[in-house]
Design a protein around this ligand. Structure first.
Ligand code: ADE
Length: 259
């Protein structure tokens, strides 16, 4: 899979591509990343890529032409190297908030052209003409789409086979359907006693069924407390057993129980 990233700050991506899971996926050729700067496609001595908004108001708007020339070069280069035609994604606070199901879809795709917005945004005519999807990282505003693009690349990279040390580990992630879309349970490691705090007894029991039940209840309690909509989704999908429901009913009666 190949991602072409259009950004005014390609240098932000360099450290990201030489560390951790993204590096592993990148070096193994599982996730190819190419960086493009629209400034290289701007004309004039100043290679200007932005201008003031029509109608007035604060900030600057990225102009359609340098972005278009950059995008057309990406397409031409992809065609020459035999890369698949892919959708164009813009990172923006007005996009749809990225979730686990989206990441799974992108991780099984041929890639995308990722456009990182900056300043007040992009000329809407460019968006209307070329952008297939707008993705947001959440209900807050970043100073640009670069961090959002890196978030997507990281999440996609770690789902590629062979990238994580333990193949099955992403199945145990929060939001994974293998765990019914719930939040992940807490984890503990050595030492068994740390500054007066002990590891929960259930994890030391050696009884596999007992440990699994404890983990399930922790996932249910954490999801109920932090993200009750995940419990509702699991319920509607028929993922909650009678004992899950009994645990949740008891939790609502006795909210201190999982503390
Ligand atoms: N650019 C600015 N804010 C953003 C957000 N919340 N998500 C994605 N891209 C952005």
């Amino acid at each position: 899979m190949r991602f072409d990233v259009i950004t005014l700050f390609p240098e932000l991506f360099a450290p990201f591509l030489v560390c951790g899971v993204t590096r592993r996926a990148y070096e193994a050729g599982l996730v190819e990343v190419r960086l493009w700067n629209p400034r290289d496609f701007a004309s004039g001595n100043y290679r200007r890529v932005d201008d003031r908004p029509f109608g007035g108001g604060p900030g600057m708007v990225l102009m359609a032409e340098p972005l278009t020339l950059c995008l057309e070069s990406v397409w031409a280069e992809r065609a020459v190297s035999g890369a698949a035609a892919v959708p164009t994604v813009l990172f923006s606070p007005v996009g749809q908030v990225l979730n686990h199901a989206d990441v799974e879809r992108w991780s099984a795709s041929s890639g995308a052209v990722l456009i990182c917005g900056r300043y007040e945004g992009l000329d809407q005519r460019f968006i209307d003409t070329f952008v297939d999807h707008q993705i947001s990282l959440g209900d807050f505003v970043l100073s640009g789409g670069e961090i959002a693009a890196m978030a997507l690349l990281d999440a996609v990279a770690r789902l590629q086979p062979g990238v994580l040390n333990d193949e099955g580990s992403h199945q145990m992630d929060s939001f994974n359907l293998a765990l019914d879309g719930l939040l992940d349970c807490p984890h503990y490691t050595r030492p068994e006693a740390w500054r007066d705090q002990l590891v929960p007894q259930a994890l030391m029991s050696g009884n596999h069924a007992h440990i699994e039940r404890w983990r399930r209840e922790q996932r249910l309690a954490l999801s109920q407390r932090q993200r009750p909509e995940l419990i509702q989704q699991a319920r509607l999908a028929g993922h909650l057993s009678a004992s899950d429901e009994a645990f949740l009913a008891d939790l609502i009666e006795n909210p201190e129980r999982d503390a």
